[in-house]
Design a protein around this ligand. Structure first.
Ligand SMILES: NC(=O)c1ccc[n+]([C@@H]2O[C@H](COP(=O)([O-])OP(=O)(O)OC[C@H]3O[C@@H](n4cnc5c(N)ncnc54)[C@H](O)[C@@H]3O)[C@@H](O)[C@H]2O)c1
Length: 369
């Protein structure tokens, strides 16, 4: 009898995992750049559960080795952690040398290596820009040479301050090229262009058969392992709750966000990276970008009230003036993900919030960062 793989608490919620486990092939390698971060580490857990060997590449700008504790404990023989910076040209040489010494077949290169939290990437804007630009150029080239899938973690920020709601993939966005967020937003937009060129310019950028380019435009995602100083609404409210402080709501709190629980997002990434994409003609590696997230809007007041209910020692809700650049709504249009990938977020945000709070309560030290 084949032993059942060990599955992490977040991965237990993945509807696709059980279907993919029987397809797992021995000696297949997935490289996950940014695998020490919030999303990357859950993606690593899922790939290990599926039987992949996983090499994490991380510069530790915003990641944490503690995020890989579950993977290290349960899959020590299948996991390798390399400290390297994907914005530096030597990353390809380092990886090629490691690959030459191994008997593994490279099946997936996933690029999640970018600081994602606005206050944190604004502390290293040039590094953020180049992690997205150089990282995409170097890692897509590696995938092209090995004839495997290149998965780029892009973002809803490519839509900037959108004029269209909800945002479909066909919307080209409203982005400021010279502002505090430009290093991230324009870095991702250029990364998408580079991924597009890797799939469309075979004379300049030759690729082996099997090369595939997949771009996930990820919308606001939350869950265990997200950094407490992330600066976004869920972490801000949970931090305030755990510190017994008042919960800040801006404006009337009627502005909405669409928050995706991490298991749903990882399910989407797996579908994009591993399922044969039905609509892709065989002669091209290209599949146009796909939105991933949750399309259920939540008012910020409802979110704050839910945090107060979950954590009764939190202070009461206080209202502060709406910041000038606070968008009224942001929501993904998910019909492409639903049609092409069979993707459908299933975790109610209230459940995700409770799971995230429980994680933080058990990891008190992360809340003091
Ligand atoms: N979390 C979200 O809601 C969200 C939304 C949209 C897009 N994304 C994208 O998903 C990816 C992962 O986001 P996250 O929330 O897990 O962020 P994170 O900051 O937790 O993880 C990013 C990881 O990449 C590493 N890293 C950064 N620059 C690097 C470099 N040059 N070389 C190697 N490693 C590097 C960091 O140390 C960290 O471990 C990012 O590309 C981000 O832009 C995330």
């Amino acid at each position: 009898m084949v032993a059942q793989p060990v599955v992490s608490a977040v991965c237990h919620k993945l509807p696709l995992l059980g279907k993919l486990i029987p397809q797992a092939k021995a000696q297949q390698l997935a490289l996950v750049a940014g695998g020490g971060g919030f999303l990357g580490s859950h993606f690593v857990d899922a790939l290990l559960t599926l039987g992949y060997h996983v090499w994490v590449i991380d510069s530790w700008h915003s990641g944490n080795t503690a995020n890989l504790a579950w993977a290290t404990a349960h899959y020590p023989k299948h996991l390798k952690v390399l400290t390297a910076d994907v914005s530096q040209a030597n990353v390809v040489d380092v990886l090629q040398a490691e690959l030459a010494d191994s008997k593994l077949t490279l099946a997936l290169v996933a690029h999640l290596a970018s600081v994602a939290s606005p206050p944190r990437y604004q502390q290293c804007p040039l590094h953020t820009l180049m992690s997205n630009i150089n990282g995409t150029q170097f890692l897509s080239k590696l995938a092209a040479q090995h004839g495997c899938t290149f998965l780029l973690a892009s973002t809803s920020e490519v839509y900037g301050d959108p004029h269209v709601h909800p945002q479909p993939e066909t919307y080209w966005g409203n982005v400021n090229p010279v502002g505090a967020r430009s290093c991230y937003d324009e870095g991702k937009r250029t990364a998408e262009t580079l991924a597009y060129l890797a799939a469309h310019s075979p004379t300049e950028l030759p690729y082996q058969p099997g090369f595939a380019v997949r771009i996930a435009r990820i919308f606001n995602t939350f869950g265990p392992r997200m950094h407490p100083a992330d600066g976004r609404v869920v972490t801000n409210l949970l931090r305030q709750a755990l510190a017994g402080q008042p919960l800040t709501v801006y404006g009337t709190g009627q502005q909405t966000r669409s928050l995706c629980y991490v298991s749903d997002l990882i399910d989407g990434l797996l579908r994009l990276a591993l399922l044969p994409a039905l609509a892709v003609p065989e002669h091209t590696p290209w599949l146009a970008p796909i939105n991933l997230g949750n399309d259920t809007p939540i008012t910020m007041l409802a979110l704050a009230n839910a945090v107060a209910e979950l954590y009764p020692t939190a202070g009461s809700v206080v209202f502060e003036p709406l910041p000038a650049d606070d968008p009224q709504q942001r929501c993904p249009e998910l019909s492409r993900a639903k049609t092409l990938l069979g993707y459908a977020p299933t975790t109610p945000w209230q459940q995700g919030l409770a799971d995230t709070l429980a994680y933080w309560q058990n990891h008190v030290n992360v809340c003091t960062v």
